[in-house]
Design a protein around this ligand. Structure first.
Ligand SMILES: *[C@@H]1O[C@H](CO)[C@@H](O)[C@H](O)[C@H]1NC(C)=O
Ligand SMILES: *[C@@H]1O[C@H](CO)[C@@H](O)[C@H](O)[C@H]1NC(C)=O
Ligand SMILES: *[C@@H]1O[C@H](CO)[C@@H](O)[C@H](O)[C@H]1NC(C)=O
Ligand SMILES: *[C@@H]1O[C@H](CO)[C@@H](O)[C@H](O)[C@H]1NC(C)=O
Length: 348
């Protein structure tokens, strides 16, 4: 008889597209392959010339360096002169995450209805602890090679010890029912006139089976409501962002990260990361440590190529409301990891 814990890990693997009983090729792999073979798929690299000639790229690079110095000064350090590599246009779009189809799954922990806010660290009772990341996400339309100035970028990640707010699920912390009433490390930002959505969050911790990662969704045509949320519109992009091993190694040594007893999965063993890195896409955040201590935090940037006409249909498990979180009836992620799909696959 299969132990419950084994069944549980198996179900995690299936949901994450890592395994599929009786099939060697998984749905996520097929979806990704379809994306890579898509005749209209374009990487952000082909926009490089346009972005360079329009002056956007050099403006961005100068802005990024200025922002870095602003953060340094905020943390009590003297500003530093830009190195050639900081302003090198050759670097641009080597770090570009791009898609016409979802690169990867939204996963079981998307909560819709989140607030528009720059700093997503505050929760219902206080701020999340962890190493701060000041993240600038630059959204570029790969069909026109122009920055997307009227989109909303959604971001969510687990806390520094690997637990998501807003969801109650086995394997997510202790699965406590009160988790549904927390909204820290989740939020939405508009792309300003330059196509940049700016957040402050923490470097995500890790949990069993996955390397540290952040989730993102790009919304188009949404309407802002008086209560600081968005409604309607379409979603063109569902993706995940990653951090280099060197950064993660340093961060995981400091508290509270170091108190996490869950087993770590290195970047090299993360299947969804491998899928997200195919075809020249690079889902790693480019980060720079703000001061001389890891605890001073990081400045991170990532360029995301989207086709605003593309329509993705990720499914949220819960919805954030004025009265806290509520489940979305019939969500495919309901009861995770024992979702309807898993139950039927396992004949339960
Ligand atoms: C919920 O939010 C509080 C801060 O308000 C935080 O201390 C706690 O760790 C959060 N829970 C999760 C799962 O992050
Ligand atoms: C992460 O969330 C869990 C669940 O709320 C909580 O027990 C843990 O203390 C949080 N980690 C940190 C660093 O706050
Ligand atoms: C983008 O525009 C916003 C709003 O004007 C501004 O605050 C931000 O600094 C700009 N960011 C970049 C990277 O140009
Ligand atoms: C914001 O307003 C909408 C429309 O009335 C409502 O459905 C939603 O639950 C509200 N969200 C919050 C967080 O107040």
């Amino acid at each position: 008889m299969v132990a419950l814990s084994q069944l549980f890990s198996l179900s995690l693997l299936i949901v994450n597209g890592l395994a599929h009983p009786g099939e060697s090729i998984k749905p996520d792999v097929l979806r990704r392959r379809h994306h890579l073979n898509h005749p209209e798929r374009r990487s952000l690299a082909h926009c490089k010339r346009d972005l360079k000639e329009s002056g956007w790229m050099s403006h961005q690079l100068a802005k990024r360096h200025a922002r870095y110095n602003e953060l340094r000064e905020g943390a009590g350090y003297a500003p530093i002169a830009a190195r050639d590599s900081d302003l090198s246009e050759d670097l641009f779009a080597r770090q570009a995450s791009c898609t016409l189809d979802p690169e990867v799954t939204e996963g079981p922990y998307w909560v819709s209805g989140e607030l528009i806010r720059h700093d997503v660290r505050p929760g219902v009772k206080g701020d999340e602890q962890g190493v701060a990341v000041h993240l600038d996400i630059n959204v570029i339309d790969v069909s026109t090679c122009q920055p997307v100035t009227n989109a909303y970028v959604e971001l969510w990640g687990c806390n520094s010890t690997g637990v998501y707010t807003g969801v109650v699920a086995k394997g997510n912390g202790d699965g406590s029912a009160s988790e549904i009433d927390n909204n820290s490390l989740r939020g939405i930002q508009p792309t300003a006139e330059n196509g940049t959505a700016s957040f402050i969050t923490v470097v995500p911790g890790h949990y069993v089976g996955r390397t540290n990662h952040l989730h993102t969704i790009v919304h188009h045509g949404a309407t802002e409501l008086p209560n600081n949320t968005i409604t309607g519109g379409t979603i063109s992009h569902v993706g995940q962002f990653y951090f280099e091993d060197g950064i993660l190694g340093a961060v995981e040594q400091v508290n509270p990260y170091a108190t996490n007893t869950q087993e770590r999965t290195p970047n090299s063993a993360d299947f969804l990361l491998m899928m997200g890195s195919q075809g020249g896409d690079n889902p790693f955040v480019t980060v720079r440590q703000i001061g001389s201590n890891v605890a001073d935090g990081y400045y991170g940037t990532i360029d995301v190529g989207v086709n605003p006409q593309a329509v993705q249909t990720p499914q949220a498990v819960n919805r954030w409301t004025a009265n806290g979180g509520i489940p979305i009836p019939g969500s495919m992620w309901e009861g995770y990891p024992w979702t309807k799909k898993i139950r039927s696959l396992l004949g339960l």
